[in-house]
Ligand binder design. Structure first.
Ligand code: DUC
Ligand code: ZN
Ligand code: ZN
Length: 483
């Protein structure tokens, strides 16, 4: 190799970027894209043979190696989750650092970083705040300055939800430090009240999970999160929007110029509440929160995606085996829906499902696919311009994609650690053939070629999307006066 040679040239592909699709070669040096179009001599050449060349997927909502209070760690490690990500064309993910009683935040932060070192893909973290105590609020500046530039709050879940006052304190802390806030929007008390009534009435099967948290419960919490975002003047992303009725709240906020964004997930695009009514314990495999909705609701979500109201599709990969502890049946196969852990795996199936349901079925363009699975999540969470698009100077995270290949999803293809996929038997058109992480061949024909520890921690610097608008009622910035 001569000094002027590229490390790698990718020739004969159709490049899909966030803004266009065109035939061009790619030149890569030191893990970075350095040439697009006419590309010089290279030490190595990969022939794309007319396949699509896409930016590696960016999954900004992925529970990998997350410490779960009282439950140890979820089934999916950074190593196994990274394997699945690469198999499915995803090269970066943001996981979570938990908070729970009795463990100082700095210890959980350190433990999470230690676990991240096994990652096969590039990664970062959202810091979950479940108890906005003075100590937790005081710890936030250092955590954010270390590159964990987003906080997450839950408005439901017994051990995780914050009160309105706590939520405001977290928003204020994020505003002071220049961090994004992600919100799980469902009303804790409404769900608790409905759940008690359902169980008292003998309605305990998995399908009643959907009855315990109808759309309005999500819509109310979404409106409240938006109102508080406006009050504090703090940008937020509403996680896992399950239906158009919830997205309408986000659209209204966006029309008013608020910095409010919405995410949905494949489970809301292809699963329905009927899946939880499968015989025996099968329904438990499809339980996640918010609940999958009724047949037809996905059409409304696609419309919201097309309009740009929802501009990110993440996996919310949340890994519970069907059996074991932790696992879906940890409280017994007859456990009421309330006692069955929520969450479905999906980091490996996200890109193929969104491509198939979106591009192959004519609902969105190739460029929109790139935007919602890579560019927009990278921008929203401060990973751009390094991640999320094919551009000079960006990391050479590349997927060779066969738009014509039809595959029937089976659990083994996804290569995650979880013992099932809710998408077993789903036929998809469009499949990743090879994945590159920073110019290194990471997956080819389903074979994972990068070992544990190949991934890098992505420390996120201050960025515009997480900055406040400057619009405050009466011009009074309470976040500066009272933490
Ligand atoms: N819902 C969440 O909020 N997190 C993980 C899994 C789920 O279903
Ligand atoms: Zn959530
Ligand atoms: Zn989640």
């Amino acid at each position: 190799m001569t000094a002027s040679e590229l490390d790698l040239a990718i020739r004969g592909g159709r490049l899909v970027t966030s803004s266009g699709t065109f035939e061009a070669d790619l030149g890569i040096s030191n893990g970075t894209i350095v040439q697009i179009g006419r590309v010089g001599a290279a030490a190595e050449t990969m022939d794309a043979n007319g396949l699509l060349i896409l930016p590696g997927g960016v999954d900004t909502h992925c529970h990998l190696d997350q410490v779960e209070p009282g439950m140890g760690y979820g089934a999916e490690s950074f190593a196994s989750g990274g394997r699945s990500a690469l198999a499915g064309g995803t090269t970066s993910a943001i996981s979570f650092i938990a908070q729970f009683p009795g463990a100082p935040l700095k210890d959980i932060v350190a433990e999470s970083h230690k676990r991240g070192q096994r990652s096969r893909i590039d990664y970062s973290f959202h810091q979950i705040i479940t108890d906005a105590s003075d100590e937790a609020i005081a710890a936030i500046p250092e955590i954010v300055a270390s590159g964990v530039r987003s906080l997450k709050v839950f408005l439901t879940y017994e051990d995780a939800h914050v009160t309105d006052r706590e939520f405001l304190r977290v928003l204020a802390a994020a505003r002071r430090e220049g961090a994004m806030v992600a919100v799980h929007c469902e009303n804790y008390d409404a769900i608790g009240w409905l759940t008690e009534a359902l169980i008292a009435d003998g309605k305990v099967a998995p399908k009643y999970h959907a009855w315990s948290r109808p759309k309005v419960v999500e819509r109310e919490a979404t409106y409240r999160a938006i109102a508080f975002s406006e009050l504090v003047d703090q940008p937020i992303q509403v996680f896992h929007v399950s239906c158009a009725e919830v997205a309408e709240e986000i659209e209204r906020a966006q029309r008013r110029g608020l910095k409010v964004w919405g995410e949905t997930c494949p489970q809301y695009l292809v699963l329905t509440e009927n899946d939880m009514d499968r015989p025996g314990f099968e329904g438990a495999k499809y339980m996640c929160s918010p609940s999958p909705r009724e047949p037809g609701d996905a059409d409304g979500l696609w419309e919201m995606i097309r309009r740009g109201v929802i501009d990110v599709v993440s996996s919310d990969h949340s890994a519970f085996n069907t059996t074991g502890n932790p696992g879906k049946d940890m409280n017994g196969r007859d456990a009421p829906f309330r006692d069955i852990p929520n969450g479905v795996p999906g980091v490996g199936s996200r890109m193929p499902i969104v491509f198939s349901e979106g591009v192959s079925k004519g609902r969105i363009s190739l460029e929109q696919f790139v935007q919602i699975t890579a560019t927009n999540p990278a921008r929203l969470y401060g990973l751009a311009p390094r991640k999320g698009d094919i551009a000079i100077g960006a990391d050479a995270d590349i997927v060779f994609w066969d738009a014509e290949r039809t595959v029937t999803i089976t659990n083994d293809r996804l290569q995650h650690a979880v013992d099932y996929t809710p998408y077993e038997g789903l036929k998809v058109k469009g499949w990743p053939v090879a994945t590159l992480l920073r110019g290194q061949l990471a997956m080819r024909d389903g074979e994972i070629l990068l070992g544990e520890g190949a991934g890098e921690f992505l420390a996120r610097a201050p960025y515009e999307m997480a900055q406040p608008t400057g619009r405050l009622a009466h011009g009074f910035d309470a976040s500066r006066v009272r933490p």
